[in-house]
Design a protein around this ligand. Structure first.
Ligand SMILES: NC(=O)C1=CN([C@@H]2O[C@H](COP(=O)(O)OP(=O)(O)OC[C@H]3O[C@@H](n4cnc5c(N)ncnc54)[C@H](O)[C@@H]3O)[C@@H](O)[C@H]2O)C=CC1
Ligand SMILES: O=C(O)CCC(=O)N[C@@H](CCC(=O)O)C(=O)O
Length: 491
């Protein structure tokens, strides 16, 4: 369907690797297929980015910004088409993919602000001359994207990287090549000079060839903790290269005494099941008090969850949840649930895959209170919520922190004192109170601790890893000091 799948040095070219196909997971139809980029083509993409670097970084911020702003205009003009393509390739409902395109557009103004605020130029007077703090681009960087937000999340690395003056090789998820293709076409139309942004499509082999390439100055990754750790090992011994890792989570949501049960249940549903549970910020573990009110919240949660509409991305009326990314991913969720049930979890609502050839699953809720000590600390990347009933707030917080991850966490409670207590003790990069723990703002730093990242927060702080600071003291011409250090003689 697509022969010229790779964009290298300003040219669309055919791949020399093996066949890859992207499938619409809601309709089980192939929508894109091509040959992946071979290691030689990855090499060509890195060289093209290297060749383009000096001119792009010399161009000046305002000239780069004008092109990036043109890209935002093109996104706006192509919003309906891109909304549709993201929905087709991911299975996410169109109401949701429209918000993804909006986030891509919003990223440009936010990144412009962040560039100045986080990496701007500072000038300080000195007794002799002036001191400056400036920032320079790293050079050639690779961007690896995940499938769950195939537009917005790579865009969150690419836009600030380009604004800072880097050149980029983009390797999207092999599950979402079409979204990447359409996005890079818009960059081309926006007038990016050849080689400034290159696209290589492929699976792990292509990813490895890129990540291992000696010509990279940095790599910005959003994806699973497993792959992120592999990259971290690969980058060990290369302190000169910048590595930014945005990875998964095993995120806790704790409920205390609340006055509005429906509002609480809404926040739980939005945290656990939006995007069919395929957000790194999704709540995986729900801590409910073992009280009468806890019982009432659970009953209402089960009632609302049973009535969640699951359906095709273009259905009218729209579903809340679309298909997962693939039939395989759906099967993996069924298997994960089965393993937990075999460990002793009680299925309050069983997650089901109605059609083995498609990515649809219904949301599931397990009571894992009885197996809490044997629970694997894993990110189950789908709509499967694990409920823990608790009697003691401290014990619940301790268990919430009992994870190697630390991305997002939340408290649903009327008491502000409870929130202050929770905030001080919980370990995560995103901590919310009476709001869903999904839907993080691009205008704030976005990143986690532990296995969720490597302390290179993205979103508003992405500017930080896109440039390095340079400190200078400067004077128009050398001057003799008023007094000499002891032992010097200029007579
Ligand atoms: N913290 C965050 O900002 C976010 C984290 N995620 C996480 O991403 C995961 C889902 O996304 P996936 O696409 O499944 O992640 P993934 O880790 O499978 O793939 C991410 C990218 O790495 C590439 N890749 C895979 N193995 C590689 C290797 N050995 N060497 C080089 N490249 C390789 C893939 O082709 C893809 O482009 C979830 O774990 C989720 O929590 C997703 C979105 C945001
Ligand atoms: O990167 C940004 O601009 C903000 C972070 C963001 O959009 N987070 C989303 C998705 C995260 C995910 O799954 O990967 C969220 O918090 O829902």
């Amino acid at each position: 369907m697509t022969t010229q799948a790779h964009f290298i040095g300003g040219q669309w070219i055919a791949g020399q690797g093996h066949d890859i196909t992207s499938v619409d997971p809601a309709k089980n139809l192939p929508i894109w297929s091509a040959k992946s980029a071979s290691p030689e083509q990855v090499d060509a993409a890195v060289n093209a980015a290297r060749d383009a670097f000096v001119a792009w970084s010399d161009m000046g911020f305002e000239a780069r910004l004008a092109i990036v702003k043109r890209f935002a205009e093109l996104l706006e003009e192509n919003k309906p088409a891109l909304t549709k393509v993201i929905a087709q390739e991911t299975g996410k409902p169109e109401w949701e993919t429209a918000t993804e395109v909006a986030a891509m557009i919003g990223k440009v103004a936010i990144s412009e602000r962040a560039y100045h605020e986080r990496t701007g130029t500072v000038e300080n007077p000195m007794p002799v001359g002036k001191a400056f703090i400036r920032h320079k681009a790293h050079g050639v960087v690779a961007v690896f994207g995940p499938y769950n937000f195939p537009g917005h999340l790579p865009n969150g690395h690419i836009v600030p990287a380009l604004l800072a003056g880097n050149t980029v090789i983009f390797k999207p998820s092999d599950l979402t090549p079409l979204v990447a293709h359409k996005t890079v076409e818009l960059w081309e139309q926006a007038g990016l000079p050849a080689g400034v942004l290159n696209l290589v499509q492929g699976e792990v082999e292509t990813g490895k060839a890129l990540a291992q390439h000696n010509g990279l100055d940095g790599l910005f990754f959003t994806g699973s903790s497993r792959t992120g750790k592999l990259l971290h090992e690969q980058f060990a011994g290369h302190p000169g290269k910048i590595l930014a890792l945005e990875m998964g989570g095993n995120n806790p949501l704790i409920v205390r005494e609340v006055s509005d049960i429906d509002a609480t249940v809404h926040d739980i549903v939005q945290s656990a099941f939006v995007t069919s549970g395929q957000r790194c910020t999704c709540a995986r573990r729900l801590f409910l008090p073992a009280t009468e009110q806890g019982d009432a919240i659970l009953a209402r949660l089960l009632d609302v969850t049973r009535r969640i509409r699951v359906g095709e991305y273009d259905a009218d009326p729209q579903p809340f949840m679309g298909a997962m990314i693939s039939a395989h991913a759906a099967r993996m969720m069924v298997n994960a649930q089965q393993q937990l049930v075999e460990l002793g979890a009680e299925a309050l609502i069983t997650l089901q895959q109605p059609d083995a050839d498609k990515g649809f699953v219904t949301p599931g809720i397990l009571d894992v209170t009885g197996i809490i000590e044997r629970m694997p600390d894993e990110e189950h990347f789908g709509p499967l919520l694990k409920v823990v009933r608790y009697s003691d707030f401290d014990a619940a917080i301790k268990e919430a922190n009992n994870t190697s991850f630390g991305l997002s966490a939340g408290l649903l409670a009327d008491s502000e004192a409870d929130y202050q207590y929770f905030f001080k003790r919980i370990r995560a990069g995103i901590v919310n109170w009476n709001r869903p723990i999904t839907g993080a703002s691009s205008a704030a730093p976005f990143g986690g601790i532990g296995d969720s990242g490597n302390h290179r927060a993205s979103a508003y702080y992405a500017a930080d890893y896109c440039a390095y600071p340079v400190a200078s003291v400067e004077l128009d011409a050398s001057e003799m000091p008023g007094s000499l250090n002891p032992g010097l003689d200029f007579s």
